[in-house]
Write a protein that binds this ligand. Sequence first.
Ligand code: SF4
Length: 368
Amino acid sequence: MADKSAYVEVFGCLQNEADGEALRGVLRGMGYAFTPAAADADLVVLVSCAVREKAEQRLYGRLGSLARGGKPGRVVAVCGCAPQLPAARDTIRRSYPHVNLLFAPGEIASLPALLSALTASGERLFTPIGAQAPPETAAPPPLRAAGPKANVSVMTGCNNACSYCVVPRARGPERSRSPERIEEEVRALVADGYTEIWLLGQNVCSYAFGFPALLRRLAAIDGRFALRFMTSHPKDTGEELFRVMASCEKVAPFLHLPVQSGSDNMLRAMNRGYTREEYLGTVRLARAHVPALNLTSDIIVGFPGESEEDFCATLSLLEEVRFNHLFTFLYSPRSGTPAAALPCGLSAAEKKGRFARLLDAQKRLESA
Ligand code: SF4
């Protein structure tokens, strides 16, 4: 029986879920057993999210609750996006002295070495922002939850500079895995009986070795499974991808294409790199190739400077596109981003009012 137990909790996106699985794989390789209660663990690891203020506050709430109790000598570690932001690091350093270890998403494979260094020094260990495991570090396979669905990270990081987003700072520039390694992983998953493979990346359409070619290559693997992917940036999503979706049965007719706003003013202020008309053109092209497309998107309401006219442009975009599902967010400033310096101009009540109107509009369209 294992004599060390670990508790891993994941906040945020599918990419963090994949990191949590990679982390569990490393811990299993170190001989840890997993416990469902932080109070029983020798090692607690939180995979944090910092994409919105609410997510960061949830992390602090969780860290607060870990301040009391727990096994003697327990190690509390934080990974994920929050420790990659200077302000969040300072908050953790100052207000949560029971956090012993902060490390970067790129260092998951180095966790055994980090834990040894922590034990040897007896001091808190905060690794540098953007730190990476040495390239020769071999990571054991991820430990995934049972079930039909498996996440496969194809790339990490982001080379864009959307004015509201902390991800490029938190995760660094894009790094793509080799098609050979990805194919090997997908083959093994299919052989293990996983039937829904999610290919993940902040912007899969800028995958360095060609995302449509990767999809074709993976779709040629024998077996009964479907491929899905997330997220596609509208400015990098083009016809070749839709051709592959139309011609490869194993690629599900699903596309998450975040638009964020229907107003060109807002898209410019957000530095998204496309116009409303370009976005609509991409949607038309996608549907021409894949008529049964299940199309989802993200919308931000209350971005600084959003006028009633800008907001109505978003509502009219909803009418025009008719998304199958929407993920809607109230804008919250993230420190260190260009948008955080912009005056908001809207009261909380106005923002909430628009948010409710957006939800109503989408509900009506989904039930029509
Ligand atoms: S594409 Fe934009 S919103 Fe998405 S992770 Fe990169 S900077 Fe953030």
